[in-house]
Ligand binder design. Structure first.
Ligand SMILES: *Cc1c(COP(=O)(O)O)cnc(C)c1O
Length: 313
């Protein structure tokens, strides 16, 4: 099941690297994928597998982009997609899901509340539950991010990879991808990247747990950030994310709201790259880590997870 998803470019950001004091900074721009976000990676593989399994009707909770992506791939596949979405999710993502023929149900609350409604609908109606980490195939789709980074860099991985972290599918997916490549002997060198989870200060359960040495995340009260894709106060895979971050020698960083907005403008002005708020959060994490000395002279790859065009400046 394909909408023409492609290998996304690695774009060098030399001016920003100079501004931030980083040896080498590269943006992997997943804003170029179908539906304008990296959710297309999970939806393409997930929907393909559901078609193989004979599923015809599915339901998922979403902060916006997953609903838009799954609705589009559902339209392509002839699979009915029901989406449960918080009222505050970006309006454009809701409109996309509706326009692609999705049945969109708006709720008052956050992604966890949408998850409960979605699980209830799945149970009551016999629809397939395609929520994050309730099925294994999205993660397999997100692995392609890790495969691509390796292939694009000649099978030698960068020293640091920074990822705007919500539910963590991309984080776990990349880590799984690199471990598989290493086991297969396809990497040049044994070292895997230090993984960095970037979160917004208004919703940073992974950062808090990482810093306190906890093994699992605690629900984040009153979560709020304009980077809505990472507004996930109680991620199901919190413990797995913490495990992978620590195993990689990485860390987790939270970024104030105004720094996210400023970094977004700076990236556009200095380099012409129009990143989404979540991507800007990851770039701002690079700034913070460079200032603290944590990066050293590492080469850094940052994931931009969506097109800036979906989020008017
Ligand atoms: C979903 C999303 C994220 C977070 O992805 P997870 O796999 O939930 O960590 C980041 N950025 C954007 C634009 C998203 O839509």
């Amino acid at each position: 099941m394909s909408l023409g998803e492609t290998v996304t470019p690695l774009i060098p950001l030399p001016a920003l690297a100079r501004d931030l004091g980083v040896a080498r900074l590269t943006l992997k721009d997943d804003g170029l994928l179908p539906t304008g976000s990296f959710k297309a990676r999970g939806a393409a593989v997930g929907m393909s597998r559901l078609v193989e399994l004979g599923e015809t009707e599915i339901v998922l909770p979403t902060n916006g982009n997953a609903g838009a992506a799954w609705a589009a791939y559902g339209a392509r596949a002839g699979v009915k997609v029901h989406v449960v979405i918080p009222r505050d999710a970006p309006a454009i993502t809701r409109e996309e899901a509706i326009a692609a023929g999705g049945d969109v149900r708006v709720i008052d609350g956050l992604i966890g509340d949408a998850g409960k409604v979605s699980a209830g609908l799945a149970a009551d109606n016999g629809w397939f539950d395609a929520a994050t980490f309730k099925e294994p195939y999205r993660l397999e789709g997100k692995k392609t991010m890790g495969f691509e980074i390796a292939e694009q860099l000649g099978w030698r991985l960068p020293e640091v990879v920074v990822y705007p972290t919500g539910g963590g599918v991309g984080l776990l997916g990349m880590w799984k991808a690199w471990q598989e490549l290493r086991q297969l002997g396809l990497l040049r060198g044994d070292r895997l990247p230090r993984l960095v989870a970037a979160q917004a200060s208004g919703c940073a359960p992974v950062v808090k747990a990482f810093q306190t040495g906890a093994a699992i995340t605690e629900p984040w009260p009153d979560a709020s950030t304009a980077a809505f894709g990472i507004n996930v106060p109680n991620p199901l895979a919190g413990g797995l994310m913490l495990r992978d971050l620590r195993e990689s020698g990485g860390c987790a960083v939270s970024i104030p709201e105004e720094d996210i907005a400023e970094q977004r403008r700076a990236a556009f002005r200095r380099e012409g790259v129009h990143v989404c708020p979540e991507g800007a959060c990851a770039l701002a994490a690079v700034r913070a880590l460079a200032a603290s000395g944590w990066l050293g002279d590492a080469d850094v790859v940052v994931l931009n997870t969506g097109s800036g065009l979906k989020y008017p400046l």
